[in-house]
Design a protein around this ligand. Sequence first.
Ligand code: PLP
Length: 453
Amino acid sequence: VPVTASATSRTAHWIQADRDRLIHPNLPADRQDRIVMVEGNGCRVRDSTGRSYLDAAAVLGMMQVGHGRSELAEVAAAQMNALECFHTWELMSNDKAVELAVRLAELAPAGLERVFFTSGGAEGNEVALRMARYFHHRAGRPERTWVLSRKSAYHGIGYGSGSVSGLPVYHEGFGPTMPDVHHLTAPDPYQLQQYGEEGVTDFCLRELRETIERIGPGRIAAMIGEPVMSVGGAVVPPADYWPRVAELLRQHGILLIFDEVVTGYGRTGHWFAAEHFGVTPDIMVTAKGLTSGYVPHGAVLVSDEVTEMITRNGFPIGFTYTGHPTACAVALANIDLIDHENMLENATKTGAYLAQRLAGLQDLPVVGEVRQLGLMLGIELVADKQTRTPLPTGTAPVATALREEAGIILRGNPRALLINPPLVLSRDEADELAEGLYAVLQRVNADGSVRAA
Ligand code: PLP
């Protein structure tokens, strides 16, 4: 698309107005540049200057079905024409909320057949934490208030969800966090040195056992965790980690909450990552891929045992948008697209293909590891392979070079580049992504700077 004079002047207007008016997450005030996105199709998005990008982040890990699916726009319009919005407090219900709850109960691991709707991931985790404490309270165990989480976890920026998140940036400067939260060591097979002779799972299990003994099993409500850490670095735990954690928690009557906000709805090649690990949590929080982000929505799936306890006298809390019919209608149509177009299979196959294409990156001096589950990949960047030390700059300069030079959009945490493309990624697009990554990563220095091409 040629860059026209009007595109240039409109872009200049939007950038200036953005600087004057918009508060962005995580953007220093002296940063002058902006990229103004205006359209998308499949795995591609286009900015206001006409530049096209490969969206290897699926926006923020939620665009399962790809951009620009008119089917979803049509479903949203039809539902808005019929009944745009109603609530589900007390005895009120609506047809789309019911149909979606039924569909989710069919998809979820057996035993998770009750559904509470939210508008996103953090809201879902707030609800899950409240459900866990309320469950024990109603069961006559009000002293069970503690929540175990993990370092490097990301669960959103609500009061509870932010408190159980394990990255210091979400705590510092925001005043007291929620009490009765403990962060355990996360299982991270690349950072092996943390675990000594014991190895990853034994170390984590011993720490969990000792923590339960120290706090007292009768004081712990739940443990929350992402089955595969996303923001923390696409970290896939050893296969025996979750089954052993789940068993230990069960022995002590501690609920397990899975945060499947990123991993849910096909990202790992399963409807839910719980299936991959063979573990059924008591509460499973989902959002993002539920609607592919076309409208904000989330669903918390809950066991019968927890549901029956918390609803006996009416579960007293809900959101304005709990059970929003337009969001539910879009979610139903989105799930149909994932299902009918075999996107789980594509996540498995194209994910494995991409991992194989990227394996050679590990020969480069700055690439410590390429890890993958379905279409969730992490590329660990290191200054030194021996000590496994991260690049001093973090991964941001590399992500910028990928965008500017290769037209690839992805995000990174301080240690790893995160690749979460739409689940419709084709082999050609996987090749394009791999070529862009090779072209840029071979020019990255140990100090994190990127040499000119
Ligand atoms: N949980 C996980 C694992 C996430 O990655 C995120 C967001 O990235 C959240 C929760 C928060 O979701 P939301 O931003 O929809 O509140």
